[in-house]
Design a protein around this ligand. Structure first.
Ligand code: ADP
Ligand code: CDP
Length: 214
């Protein structure tokens, strides 16, 4: 059962690369960032203040997530509602790092992620996969790219967002994600670092498939 852990900062290419690698190797695909976004969407909808860690901790056990792992049709729902689109809004993106810093939220999602991973071969992308969620993964990749390249890629996906504003948002989120106490964004000691700044998406996928085939 092959598990590939894919970590890295925002916009380094984790989602696109992970889906491509999963397709190439016939594996499932799990977007753990979507799970943190789904809990954030639920907290906002319930009116739980996302600047109040204690309030979020008290409600962390309530939302019921369901996650599909087909790389060609990933899906996510909360309490039966499909949230694939609403979890990508500015409001959710702005609040997700604060929600993801709450230990009670992480404990619950990490347990669910480990349950999903336990049922077969999979590419799992996130911030703490190689360090916390799947420390025994056979293949660990840490994707990087320059701050400029990451901002340029992300602002291309968002209509009306300037590169400068996007770069500031990514920097804020990366800082929050890598300095929090619970499961911070970190490169596992045994992860292979792949810098995607001057590579194309197919080149990155080919390189990781080569690493996985070892
Ligand atoms: P992350 O999941 O790390 O936030 P995404 O995969 O969502 O990153 O975003 C990366 C974006 O950059 C996608 O639109 C992707 O097509 C684009 N991109 C351009 N060049 C590359 C590359 N060399 N590797 C990965 N993604 C790339
Ligand atoms: O795709 P993007 O880089 O915008 O982010 P994402 O992968 O959707 O993750 C959104 C947020 O969830 C991150 O900024 C982290 O705060 C959190 N996250 C996390 O804490 N741990 C993970 N394993 C995955 C995401």
């Amino acid at each position: 059962m092959l598990v590939i852990a894919m970590d890295g900062p925002s916009g380094s290419g984790k989602s696109s690369v992970s889906k491509g690698v999963a397709r190439a190797l016939g594996l499932r695909y799990l977007d753990t960032g979507a799970m943190y976004r789904a809990v954030t969407w639920w907290m906002l909808r319930q009116g739980v203040p996302t600047d109040d860690p204690a309030a979020m901790a008290a409600r962390a056990g309530e939302p019921v997530l369901s996650v599909g792992t087909d790389p060609d049709a990933p899906s996510i729902s909360v309490d039966g509602t499909d949230v694939a689109r609403p979890i990508r809004t500015k409001e959710v993106t702005g609040a997700v790092s604060a929600v993801a810093a709450v230990p009670e939220v992480r404990r619950r999602l990490v347990a669910l992620q480990q349950e999903i991973i336990g049922t077969g071969g999979i590419v799992v992308e996130g911030r703490d996969i190689g360090t916390v969620v799947a420390p025994d993964a056979a293949v660990k990749i840490y994707l990087t790219a320059s701050a400029e390249a990451r901002a340029q890629r992300r602002s291309k996906e968002l209509t009306g967002a300037s590169v400068a504003a996007t770069q500031a948002d990514l920097a804020r989120r990366d800082h929050h994600d890598s300095t929090r106490k619970a499961d911070p964004l970190a490169r596992a000691a045994d992860a292979v670092e792949v810098d995607t700044t001057s590579l194309t998406l197919p080149e990155v996928i080919t390189e990781i498939v080569r690493i996985a085939n070892g």
